[in-house]
Design a protein around this ligand. Structure first.
Ligand code: SF4
Ligand code: MG
Length: 322
């Protein structure tokens, strides 16, 4: 099968301006040369600390953000440079679910209007037909129809995220970018929302890009994983491969910080990561991870390792036999 989405050499730089004439004095490299594929029907997880560029990447995928360079080929069309008019048709196929359902839902508008609005705007349905579909969709995401008349603040966090998901589904999308969709929810609610996403994927044949800083949700829902650090891909592999044998030192550290379900492994020594994440406005030379990597050697400080065989490291862990 061909990929549904091909991201190639994606860059998103933000200018840093100073002074009264707003002279550009540098750039924040939010996303710096990122490439990956997403296949139809799969979930690609993107994991990394805050500021690693995962949200910006997700926003570029649905064209909420125009890239500085690179291509985002969706179903054969490069949407990176597409005009708004040409984007209109594809807009329905690419949707996004956000972290905080409350801030992404207009508090003045009843749930029914919120859900019906995209159908009226994009599919020219009349109000009655759009509301009928909205009622159906509420039931699909596990909420009673009578919630059509409620306001977002009358719902719990989990219920609001169900509405956020329902809204993303109204236009029958093919690909949904979920940006930290469960991170703001109570732990007890997180699994319910993840299971809902899984069920909907099966029911509607959806493809997901699932973004999270937490490995738990990523492991639960993803078929394959992209690990990002300071705007770059550190490693990409299947979920099983990543958890069985991480090849990148950063992935190893992420896994190390992740609660170990196997009690026999719980006592092994933890790797201590030194220092804070450097600024993407002034990333380290060479390997961007070299200031925090426990295995740094001279070459790491000068040469940026290319992504080869799914890992961007001069000394991948497997090869080093660690
Ligand atoms: Fe660590 Fe060097 Fe690999 Fe970077 S290239 S992750 S510094 S070993
Ligand atoms: Mg984010």
């Amino acid at each position: 099968t061909d990929p549904l989405l091909q991201v190639r050499n994606l860059k998103r730089y933000y200018p840093i301006r100073k002074g009264v004439i707003a002279r550009t004095v540098g750039h924040v490299r939010a996303v710096d040369d990122v490439s990956f594929d997403v296949y139809p029907g799969e979930t690609l997880g993107i994991v990394g600390e805050s500021g690693c560029g995962k949200s910006t990447t997700g926003r570029a995928v649905v064209r909420l953000e125009a890239p500085t360079a690179g291509s985002v080929v969706y179903d054969g069309t490069d949407i990176a440079g597409l005009s708004t008019a040409k984007m209109r048709r594809l807009r329905t196929e690419l949707q996004m679910v956000f972290q905080d359902p409350y801030s992404s839902l207009n508090p003045q508008i009843r749930i029914g209007e919120l859900l019906a609005e995209p159908l009226i705007a994009h599919k020219r349905l009349d109000r009655t037909a759009a509301h009928a579909k909205a009622a159906e969709m509420l039931e699909t995401v596990g909420l009673p129809k009578l919630y059509l008349n409620r306001y977002p603040h009358e719902l719990s966090g989990g219920q609001r995220q169900r509405v956020g998901i329902a809204r993303a589904l109204m236009l029958e999308p093919k690909l949904i970018v979920c940006d930290e969709p469960v991170s703001a929810l109570d732990v007890s609610i997180q699994a319910q929302v993840l299971n809902l996403l899984k069920d909907l994927q099966g029911e509607f044949g959806l493809t997901y890009v699932f973004i999270s800083h937490g490995l738990g949700a990523i492991k639960y829902i993803s078929d394959r994983i992209v690990v990002m650090y300071l705007g770059k891909v550190m490693e990409t592999a299947t979920t099983a491969e990543i958890f069985a044998q991480p090849k990148h030192p950063y992935t190893e550290i992420l896994l190390d910080a992740y609660p170990e379900p196997d009690p026999r492994l719980r006592d092994r020594q933890r790797i201590i990561v030194e220092g804070d994440v450097p600024s993407p406005a002034n990333p380290p030379k060479g390997c961007v991870f070299h200031t925090r990597c426990p295995y740094t050697k001279d070459i790491c400080r000068t040469e940026s390792p290319p992504l080869a065989d799914g890992v961007a490291c001069h000394f991948p862990l497997e090869a080093a036999g660690r």
